[in-house]
Design a protein around this ligand. Structure first.
Ligand code: PLP
Length: 445
């Protein structure tokens, strides 16, 4: 295929990427026949692997029936079935499922449902949503106001109402022990302090990625943090929103990451792994009481044209079937534990690996100048681009971000599909080992 002169990508990218030809399982091939192991499932999306024949067949069957039914004209069987199955997987009371087409739309929906609930229960003065810094909740203006990542938000600040932020619990940077309950309390109490300083009567909700995604690089909260956050939200009548756009769907070893601590939010949002890259799909799942309040007060003033699209929902149903049939949550837990221990072994060989973290198959490592100080690598080294490019040359796709203080820390997400085997783990580690060696050679020249 000849390259088009103009790209639909509006990034100021350093280099063009190869043109994708096809993808099967954990592998992808470009049009020149080069094979890549998809070590990040795209952007932590393709949880069940690429081109699963059973999912494609289910979608083909749905395509033969209908590909669109406008939600104000028809209910559709795939949407009804998927809503019921999703609610059954969600925490108790979270029975109402609102479909959208992606993560930002899901977060926008949660923001607006929370706000309409506050109005419905006579608490219209509540409008602030507290979030964490760093965090990522989406690119639309509502979700962006909750996103704690200045390089993405700064140009739009004058267009958004500032929302309060508290620090994400990056215990490893603060020299605190994440397994000590005092650490969890230390960070969770920052939420209470923020609620009190802002005025509890003005706080609508707190939104949190239970296990961090791209923003913090698979940050697992310290012991007791999530439970205490829940207690604090309940104490002040603040809704707890779990942003499970990346974690929802089994990647961390549980279908929803909140299950790791038995903590139930009031609203949760899911997207990436929901239809796992087979169709654009997301959902907001809300407590029945919240939805009842809103419906009894004129209804939800919100909705998207593609909501509950039958083709997308048929993909979502087939993905759920696959997760259950192949026991993929358990495989994510087991293969993830193996991959994490192998990543930790790389720390013995590479002193620039400052931290390995994550849960299940949502893992990350961070590169630093030296492990003792955890000082980030010099910004000019551009590690977050360089290592990804080198890995690409070696046929391994990884995902990177730079989000540390001053935005100079480089972390890399390693999140292959949940169908990965120990052989794939070995291949990923071999590719990373080679790529890290070449990166060190390059920066020492
Ligand atoms: N929330 C989280 C935690 C995410 O990781 C993302 C995307 O990376 C989003 C929200 C936004 O999702 P989308 O890119 O589908 O709009």
């Amino acid at each position: 295929m000849s390259r088009p002169q103009t790209s639909h990508l509006f990034y100021q990218s350093r280099q063009r990427r190869p043109v994708l030809d096809q993808a099967r399982g954990v592998y992808m091939w470009d049009v020149d026949g080069k094979r890549y192991l998809d070590g990040s499932s795209g952007a932590m999306v393709c949880n069940i692997g690429h081109s699963n024949p059973r999912v494609l067949e289910a979608m083909r069957k749905q395509m033969d029936k209908s590909t669109f039914g406008y939600r104000l004209h028809f209910e559709t069987e795939p949407a009804e079935l998927l809503a019921a199955r999703t609610a059954a997987l969600a925490p108790e009371g979270l029975e109402k499922v609102f479909f959208v087409s992606g993560g930002s739309e899901a977060v926008e929906s949660a923001i607006k449902l929370a706000r309409q609930n506050a109005i419905a229960i006579g608490q219209a003065q509540r409008y602030k949503i507290i979030s964490r810094e760093p965090s990522y909740h989406g690119c639309t203006l509502g979700a962006l106001a909750l996103t704690g990542y200045a390089p993405l938000t700064a140009p739009f600040d004058p267009m958004m109402r500032p929302m309060p932020k508290i620090p994400a619990p990056r215990a490893y940077l603060d020299g605190l022990d994440p397994d000590d309950e005092a650490t969890g309390r230390h960070y969770a109490d920052m939420l209470e302090a923020k609620i009190l300083s802002e005025g509890p009567e003005t706080i609508l909700a707190f939104i949190v990625e239970p296990i961090g995604g791209a923003s913090t690089g698979a940050l697992v909260p310290p012991k007791g943090y999530m439970q205490r956050i829940r207690e604090i939200c309940t104490r002040y009548g603040v809704l707890l929103i779990h942003d499970e756009v990346m974690t929802g769907g089994g990647r961390t070893g549980k279908f929803f990451a909140g299950e790791h601590w038995n903590v139930d939010p009031d609203i949760l949002v899911i997207s990436k792994g929901f239809a796992a890259g087979y169709a654009p799909l997301g959902a907001m799942i809300a407590h029945k009481d919240i939805v009842t309040n809103v419906l009894d007060n004129g209804g939800f003033l919100h909705g998207f044209t593609y909501a509950g699209n039958p083709l997308a929902c048929s993909a979502g149903l087939a993905v759920l079937d696959e997760i259950e049939r192949e026991n993929l949550c358990q495989n994510a837990a087991e293969t993830g534990a193996l991959l994490k221990s192998e990543l930790k072994k790389l720390m013995d060989r590479y002193s620039i690996i400052g931290d390995v973290r994550g849960e299940g198959l949502l893992l990350a490592f961070e590169l630093v100048e030296d492990r003792a100080s955890l000082r980030p690598l010099a910004k000019e080294l551009n590690a977050f681009n360089e290592l990804v490019d080198i890995a690409y040359e070696n046929g391994l796709i990884i995902y990177s971000r730079r989000t540390r203080g001053g935005y100079s820390g480089d972390h890399f997400l390693i999140a292959p599909p949940m169908i990965s085997t120990p052989d794939h783990v070995a291949e990923i580690i071999e590719g990373l080992d080679l790529s890290l060696r070449q990166f060190l050679d390059r920066i020492s020249q």
